[in-house]
Ligand binder design. Sequence first.
Ligand SMILES: CC(C)(COP(=O)(O)OP(=O)(O)OC[C@H]1O[C@@H](n2cnc3c(N)ncnc32)[C@H](O)[C@@H]1OP(=O)(O)O)[C@@H](O)C(=O)NCCC(=O)NCCS
Length: 181
Amino acid sequence: MQRVHLVGEHLGLREVSTDDVAALHAVYGDPATTEYLPFDPRSLDEVAAIVEEAVTSAGAEPRRLYILAVTDPDHHGVIGVARLRIEAEHPHSAEIGLGLRPDQWGRGIGTHLIRMLLAFGFRELRLHRIWGARSPLNVPAQLAMLTAGMVEEGRIRHHLPTPQGWRDSIVHSAIEDEWRR
Ligand SMILES: CC(C)(COP(=O)(O)OP(=O)(O)OC[C@H]1O[C@@H](n2cnc3c(N)ncnc32)[C@H](O)[C@@H]1OP(=O)(O)O)[C@@H](O)C(=O)NCCC(=O)NCCS
């Protein structure tokens, strides 16, 4: 698999590098970002470990995990993170996740990012199913996934342990042939 470098009208997606730790910490270290995520704000060291995981997974064969930097198309600065994880036992299927720096919210970037991840997963990776799980309270994630064409499938009870206790998830998905239509 070639290294990912995608440039769209509204944002870019590229491989994470060790220079991105501070920029990614501005995303994952912010309590606003993690409000509906199953973990507390990440420390700088924890973000450095994620970056290391990103770099290692980019060289894996077969590659199962894409941790990508979301960039501003004009200034090329990092404004968010996207993940796509291909399931080891079901390699036709992948889970996506995303987080943007809070000062970027509410301008349609999240919706564009999901569209870009779906296009990447279906066209480049030839996946059949792409899904995402959100907190039942996460309205912006719900609307972004619905607007990008991801159907709401249902609720997984006590899907994830969080620092506050078990969390249910609402699952959304897109299927390749539906997406092409
Ligand atoms: C979820 C997230 C990526 C959405 O990004 P975004 O760029 O703000 O999303 P968009 O601007 O495309 O907005 C998506 C929809 O949510 C709505 N929205 C945005 N912020 C909102 C808010 N605070 N309350 C209610 N609706 C909101 C928008 O109006 C839009 O709805 P529409 O399509 O009907 O117009 C962003 O909020 C984020 O990074 N959150 C923290 C991490 C996270 O929760 N990730 C998702 C895990 S599943």
